[in-house]
Design a protein. Structure first.
Length: 259
């Protein structure tokens, strides 16, 4: 790994970023638990992965989605906006552009995976601490017309599958961030574009649209049970990421690592 990429990696692994992320996720999850008050293990895991549907406006749920999905993108934006990134970009430009971009994607995948695993771990811990056998919260309140959606799927499987889908979506989101960065050369514009991308969910669009498709509410719209719907969603997200990767690989690699 080149010196520039090594610097890039260590900035994500700073104690400050890790602590801020962990504290935010713990507070966020505890507030969610307090909001539900009494819930079973399965119900809280489902609630943590509900996300956002489409064709309506609910600001609280929407802000929750933005915070969870865009926090790692914000850290990427912070690192790329750092003056030291420009200094190390000169080192990278002396080497292989595409190899450096590939290494950057490996770093982003690691960061996104750690972030999602942290969130899944916090959800699992909070679930074990606060869950109960009785509940005032009902899955059917959320999936009223889709009561068979989770048949044959255990709570741990739900947590694992939704975590994998979240990793896929965040990787798709960061490649979108880089495409906008290639076009604008501005980290603020790129980050705000990621936030704005989710406003598409306010409108009725295709159920197969990749934005927000890792949300359980979106998976229900695919009119399948949980596991097949998750496979379809993962395929859409991987394909979207592949298209974005190809665009930068062919057209924008030099612009990512240049002024």
């Amino acid at each position: 790994m080149s010196k520039g990429i090594f610097w890039y990696f260590t900035h994500f692994m700073s104690k400050r970023i890790i602590m801020i992320t962990l504290i935010m996720l713990v507070i966020f999850t505890i507030l969610d638990a307090l909001y539900l008050r009494v819930f079973s293990k399965e119900e809280f895991i489902i609630h943590s992965g509900l996300g956002y549907g489409q064709g309506y406006i609910h600001l609280l749920d929407f802000v929750k989605l933005l915070i969870l999905n865009c926090t790692p993108i914000y850290f990427i934006s912070m690192v790329m906006a750092d003056d030291a990134f420009n200094d190390n970009a000169r080192i990278i430009r002396l080497g292989n552009f595409r190899r450096s971009f590939k290494q950057m994607q490996m770093v982003h995948f690691f960061v996104v995976t750690v972030y999602v695993l942290l969130y899944a771990s916090v959800v699992a811990i909070i679930t074990c601490i606060f869950s109960t056998e009785t509940s005032i919260f009902s899955i059917t309140d959320i999936l009223l017309t889709n009561q068979d959606f989770f048949i044959g799927v255990h709570d741990l499987q739900i947590l694992i599958i939704t975590s994998i889908l979240k990793i896929c979506e965040l990787m798709m989101l960061q490649i979108f961030y880089l495409i906008i960065y290639v076009l604008s050369k501005n980290t603020v514009v790129s980050f705000l574009s990621c936030l704005g991308l989710y406003s598409i969910l306010f409108f009725n669009m295709s159920s197969y649209m990749p934005v927000g498709i890792s949300s359980i509410q979106r998976l229900v719209m695919l009119n399948q049970t949980f596991v097949p719907a998750s496979v379809v969603a993962a395929s859409i997200l991987v394909a979207s990421y592949g298209v974005g990767y190809f665009i930068i690989w062919k057209k924008g690699c030099r612009h990512v690592f240049s002024h």
